[in-house]
Design a protein around this ligand. Structure first.
Ligand code: C5P
Length: 213
């Protein structure tokens, strides 16, 4: 079973994907970590993020053991990831890793931007998780404030808007809801309510797939 969960930055898709994976006994892959790690490794080698060939080499050499590095979650690496994610050469290198992960038993929940559209177009269930930019910025702000009391919500909102813009308007694999994905707007939902709504939507999608088959 493959469940694809896509959505913009700070929509709650990562938390939902982890909980959905536990619920169904599946493995979980956060594909944002792949792009963040490529950005981290490119910068560590003194490389230019806008150079497709340098970033593609970092993608080819990516060590999967480093994907759980908590240092990947910074705002700076999120921005940097969205720069390397624009290169078709980088995306092409990362496709195989993601598809192999999806195919391995017992199946997987994969979250990202292009999972339902490009990586796993035949997923058994697809969710597109979203929330208003203001609500996403507010959630991210509360998270970041724990570590940095000087952070300003306006600045977080500006970052969210610029990353949305880059992800939605790039030429290759832009962030877009797949035609057959169910929309889950979490703007007014606490995490437990969002989780229950996600399970209902996934079960409905699997029920439809079962009837069609
Ligand atoms: O989800 P996360 O914030 O970790 O993603 C970081 C960046 O990686 C995104 O802004 C996006 O540019 C890129 N990304 C992508 N395709 C994915 C996952 C992430 O382009 N499947």
């Amino acid at each position: 079973m493959i469940i694809a969960i896509d959505g913009p930055a700070a929509s709650g898709k990562g938390t939902l994907a982890r909980r959905v994976a536990v619920h169904f006994g599946l493995r979980h892959l956060d594909t944002g970590a792949l792009y963040r790690a490529v950005a981290r490794d490119t910068l560590a080698q003194g490389g230019d993020l806008t150079s497709a060939s340098i970033a593609a080499i970092a993608a080819a050499r990516l060590d999967a053991a480093t994907l759980r590095d908590p240092g990947l979650r910074t705002t700076g690496l999120g921005e940097a990831a969205s720069v390397v994610a624009r290169h078709p050469e980088v995306r092409a290198v990362l496709i195989e890793y993601q598809r192999n992960f999806a195919r391995a038993d017992p199946g997987a929940v994969i979250d990202g931007r292009d999972i339902g559209t490009v990586i796993c177009p035949d997923a058994d269930a697809k969710l597109f998780v979203t929330a208003t930019p203001e609500e996403r910025a507010h959630r991210r702000f509360l998270e970041l404030k724990e570590r940095d009391s000087g952070i300003e919500e306006e600045a977080v909102l500006a970052d969210i808007r610029s990353r949305d813009d880059r992800d939605r308007n790039r030429a290759v694999a832009p962030l877009v809801q797949a035609e057959d994905a169910a929309l889950l707007d979490t703007t007014n939902l606490a995490i437990d309510a969002a989780f229950r709504a996600a399970i209902d939507l996934i079960e409905a999608a699997m029920g439809r797939a079962g009837r069609a088959g």
